[in-house]
Design a protein around this ligand. Sequence first.
Ligand SMILES: [Zn+2]
Length: 164
Amino acid sequence: MVASAFIEYLDKVTADGEPAPGLYDLSIEFLESIEKASSSAETLLFAYIVRSLRLLGVSPELDCCVSCGKPHPEGGFRQFSVSAGGIICDDCANKEKTDRNALIYKPSFAIIDVFRYFQSKPLKTFEKVTLKSDVADMIRRILAEYTERYLDVDVLSSTGELEA
Ligand SMILES: [Zn+2]
């Protein structure tokens, strides 16, 4: 399931004949890890996708509010705007929410920490990691919306449906 989502994702984000060495290395890393992964290989896929976003030039803004540039305080901003492309401060989130096309999530956990964790660790870190189901559900939704918006590919909403 996770392997086929991975293959579909890789197929859609790469163009025929165009070398993508960073993505190639990351994909090899993913394939090596998935063999050793426990049942919850989906965490590996999340980490792979988050890491790939930077290589594909569509990394979400995590260092400051994506909208006004305000540095985030201790504890970080709690909201993530798919439509704006990163974490967002409460003021900007409230402004953006007046746009009915805004897509903002306010997870119960620190989404910024999760993204940074995925970005900073080797994929093998996640071979045995099982996320709590509410955390996994939220990350799946955010990444599905995010990749659909910025890469025109969504392989995650289907993995969620099959697990539900
Ligand atoms: Zn702001």
